[in-house]
Ligand binder design. Structure first.
Ligand SMILES: Cc1cc2nc3c(=O)[nH]c(=O)nc-3n(C[C@H](O)[C@H](O)[C@H](O)COP(=O)(O)O)c2cc1C
Length: 357
């Protein structure tokens, strides 16, 4: 039987098991749509602050009016660039134009705030609500959120319970899921305990990124933790960590017994990884997308992003993404040198058109 198969997360039926991970600064709604065009089966927003959503804070935070009126929030684009994780705009958590199934990921350390924020998401109609329990960034963990939740499993349980309650009361009982790490550090590998508590409180899927908070994003992720967790849990386990190729996805699915895989850094600039992985899982072969398709995807990404956050900000944002799209291509370095100075969509277009592969 093919390793490409459907996944059932609570009441949510997902036709395939190739997911796009939440990646802050990369998996914007434009990129998520492009991943759907290329075969992603489920996608996650980057982490969004429950504090910001729940706080009525006008321009400096997400005003609940933005949610109910579906405001695009482009006028708040500049605030998005700040360093404060509590300042976000509606674009972070809106569904992408072609994103069929998506989860909004919230972070927070206070169950009441999670409850309030989740309850405000009704107008956005997410298909699932994901709790971030893995973010290692100091400004997130200092408030007891992200991976710090793993230092306090009882609070992690309360957070999941609050999200499940909000989902039942305000979100049509969509599944609540959680994304965890292996633990805070190597002396506290408590992913089994945290996952068990989350499921007891109603989590319908657990994603495991098997690195500790102390490891950040370095070194190798320990896939044996995923196998261990998948053998214990009654709900689906989604695997994250070092998935860069279709072969990696196949190995992860066959070695660990996980229900789904989640591409993160492996999908940056490479939304084609989903169709390639599906092809590999179903037929045993896959083909690299040609340069022309990669550039077309990058330009379409830029145009969609500009519609959301304005051309100037999108052109700046897109520089790092463009570097990812052109990684490994002949002459890519020359292209990247020019692109890091491009300030308008037209400049991007001219640079790309002048490129001869
Ligand atoms: C720049 C960056 C931003 C990330 N942002 C998030 C996030 O917002 N929420 C989350 O749960 N994980 C986030 N992650 C973790 C990824 O979703 C993923 O679990 C991790 O990168 C491991 O997968 P990989 O080794 O295949 O990249 C981020 C990772 C990176 C590199």
């Amino acid at each position: 039987m093919s390793l490409y198969r459907p996944v059932k997360i609570g009441s949510l039926e997902i036709p395939g098991n190739l997911f796009l991970a939440p990646v802050a600064g990369y998996t914007d709604r434009a990129f998520r749509s492009i991943c759907w065009d290329n075969g992603a089966n489920f996608s996650f927003t980057e982490l969004a602050s429950a504090e910001a959503i729940s706080r009525k804070h006008g321009r400096y935070g997400l005003d609940p009016k933005d949610l109910s009126q579906g405001r695009r929030g482009a006028e708040n684009a500049e605030e998005d660039k700040g360093d404060d994780p509590n300042i976000i705009s509606i674009n972070l958590i809106r569904r992408g134009d072609r994103e069929k199934l998506y989860a909004i990921q919230l972070f927070g350390g206070n169950p009441d705030t999670i409850y309030q924020a989740a309850s405000l998401l009704t107008p956005l109609k997410p298909d699932a609500l994901d709790i971030n329990s893995g973010c290692p960034v100091p400004k997130v963990v200092k408030n007891g959120a992200g991976s710090a939740l793993m230092k306090n499993p009882a609070n992690l349980g309360r957070i999941v319970e609050a999200a499940v309650r909000a989902s039942r009361e305000s979100l049509g009982n969509i599944p609540v899921t959680i994304k965890i790490r292996s633990g805070w550090d190597s002396s506290s590998l408590n992913y089994l305990e945290c996952a068990r508590i989350a499921v007891e409180e109603g989590a319908a899927m657990v994603t495991l990124h098997p690195r500790t908070r102390a490891q950040g994003y370095g070194g190798r992720s320990d896939w044996s933790h995923i196998a261990e967790l998948a053998s214990r849990l009654a709900v689906p386990v989604t695997a994250s960590g070092d998935l860069y190729t279709p072969e990696d996805a196949q190995q992860m699915l066959s070695e660990t017994g996980c229900a789904a895989v989640m591409f993160a850094r492996g999908s940056m600039g490479n939304p084609f990884i989903f169709s390639a992985a599906r092809s590999f899982l179903e037929t045993g072969s896959w083909e690299q997308a040609p340069f022309s398709e990669r550039i077309a995807a990058a330009m379409s990404h830029l145009e969609m992003l500009a519609a959301d956050i304005g051309e100037r900000t999108a052109c700046l944002e897109m520089r790092k993404q463009f570097c990812a799209y052109t990684k490994g291509i002949t002459g890519g370095a020359g292209l990247r040198d020019k692109v890091v100075r491009a300030a308008t969509i037209e400049e991007y277009r001219q640079i790309v058109n002048s490129y001869k592969s």
